[in-house]
Design a protein around this ligand. Structure first.
Ligand code: MG
Ligand code: MG
Length: 271
């Protein structure tokens, strides 16, 4: 085992555990995506996630986190993040964001994606595509020597150029034995300088993007974040490690991570 360099730097064994935790999360997201269609409930996705966690012998990371009652966050349409799975039927034209975490050998995996449900509007389809692309634009800045805030500056630039907005209320984060570690990883420009990225740092980058304004409010359930103007929001998240070869995505499923039709502004070091 390599020497442990400090709280933010993970050694090879820790990264291997984080990779495995995130592989499980990504496989669960793949399976959820296969089920998403008009007429299924978001609770069906919750059941799937719990079943797969049981099969893997891992604990869902969100269940019980600050009192959260589910394995998944399911956020539909104007819901941005932290929505509850429910008996709500997904309908043609909806978009649904699933955020999932597991704890494997004490290490937390964390990843999220948004899917269109059946045929969606051109605007909704573009929102999903731009949000996913903005994640990869951000990941590409996660290189040793860069400022952690370079990530959000690049995400915001990409999103706003496409005519959308980035949520300020929630940020990405370092991740390891705890789900939320330092540093914070905002998805938008900062006025100050932040931490310098170093090899071995593991962070979750997770842009939340809105069609309209970026302001959000929390519903009376104390969790569900919705856009104030009621317009759609999308959310994509990968956990990545900074390496001498560049950023490496940890939340890669057994199927891989490329999606047809999505432009990937990446260099080969990422794969
Ligand atoms: Mg997450
Ligand atoms: Mg996260």
């Amino acid at each position: 085992m390599k020497k442990h360099h400090g709280a933010f730097i993970k050694n090879e064994n820790e990264i291997a555990s984080l990779r495995e935790a995130n592989r499980m999360v990504a496989n669960i997201l793949d399976a959820a995506g296969d089920l998403i269609s008009p007429g299924i409930t978001t609770m069906r996705l919750e059941e799937l996630a719990r079943d797969m966690c049981a099969d893997y012998g891992v604990r869902p990371a969100f269940l019980g986190y600050h009192g959260f009652s589910f394995a998944l966050c399911c956020s539909v349409n104007e819901q941005v993040v932290h929505g509850f799975p429910s008996n709500r039927l997904l309908q043609e034209g909806d978009i649904v964001s699933i955020d999932m975490g597991v704890v494997f050998e004490g290490f937390v995996g964390d990843s999220a994606r948004t899917w269109p449900v059946g045929e969606v509007s051109d605007t909704a389809a573009k929102l999903v595509r731009i949000t996913e692309e903005s994640l990869y634009v951000g990941i590409d800045r996660a290189r040793a020597g860069n400022d952690v805030y370079d990530i959000g500056a690049a995400v915001q630039e990409y999103v706003e150029t496409a005519g959308f907005n980035v949520v300020r209320r929630f940020v990405g984060h370092g991740i390891g034995t705890r789900m939320h570690e330092k540093p914070e990883v905002p998805n938008f420009r900062q006025t100050m300088r932040g931490m310098t990225l170093q090899n071995g740092m593991v962070i979750a980058i997770e842009p939340m993007v809105t069609v309209g304004g970026y302001e959000v409010k929390i519903l009376d359930d104390n969790w569900t974040a919705v856009t104030c103007d009621g317009q759609y929001a999308a959310h994509f998240e990968h956990s990545i490690v900074v390496t001498p070869q560049g950023p490496k995505i940890l939340s890669i499923s057994d199927r891989g991570f490329r999606k047809a039709g999505v432009r990937m502004p990446l260099d080969s070091a990422l794969i």
